[in-house]
Write a protein that binds this ligand. Structure first.
Ligand code: AMP
Length: 176
């Protein structure tokens, strides 16, 4: 894939300062979603390092991780498992709590979503502090699955989220 395509993906993502609260620069991917050619390319770039990893399940993180999880699962011919906010999944779940700047949050996956030994790729739009992805890694491991990697559309480097994913192959299409 050409450097030009990557630059086009950079250019289409909008920075929205002070959203949802002062001091946060929100990365708005909705213009990318409206451009089918670039959206398609961005998914190809996100999964490229994992084409030969034998991925059996994609774990998509609510909510924008679902947008990348669906096409990634179809292209890798893998099942899709949802990591959701608390109380959204209807059956028995595995819950993992993680720290936020103030307080904690929780993600849940269905207990039967991932079988022992299954190879799992975790997918989300943004790697920021890494707390969410780290919780997703814990949820996969608690299920008995093997994390083959984490893939993001973008990484906000100064927040050092990669540090929380030590030992996990971590890939981001864009880096800020
Ligand atoms: P973190 O747990 O800090 O790595 O945050 C990752 C989650 O928060 C991802 O699911 C993102 O969708 C969301 N997120 C964090 N920072 C941003 C940002 N600057 N713009 C858009 N989404 C963000």
């Amino acid at each position: 894939m050409s450097a030009e395509s990557i630059q086009q993906i950079y250019d289409i993502i909008l920075d929205v300062p002070d959203f949802p609260k002062p001091g946060i620069v929100f990365k708005d991917i909705t213009p990318l979603l409206m451009n089918p050619t670039l959206f398609h390319k961005s998914v190809d770039l996100a999964i490229a390092p994992f084409l030969e990893s034998g991925v059996q399940k994609i774990l998509g993180i609510e909510s924008r991780g679902f947008l990348f999880g669906v096409p990634a699962s179809q292209r890798l011919d893998a099942g899709l498992v949802l990591a959701r906010k608390p109380g959204k999944l209807p059956r028995e779940t595995i819950k993992v709590e993680y720290a936020l700047e103030y307080g904690t949050d929780t993600i849940e996956i269905h207990s039967d979503g991932i079988s022992g030994g299954e190879k799992v790729l975790i997918v989300d739009d943004v790697l920021a502090t890494g707390g969410t992805a780290e919780a997703a890694v814990c949820a996969v491991r608690e299920s008995g699955g093997e994390v083959v990697g984490c893939s993001f559309l973008m990484e906000i480097q100064f927040l050092q989220g990669r540090g929380k994913l030590d030992g996990v192959e971590t890939h981001a299409v864009l880096s800020y």
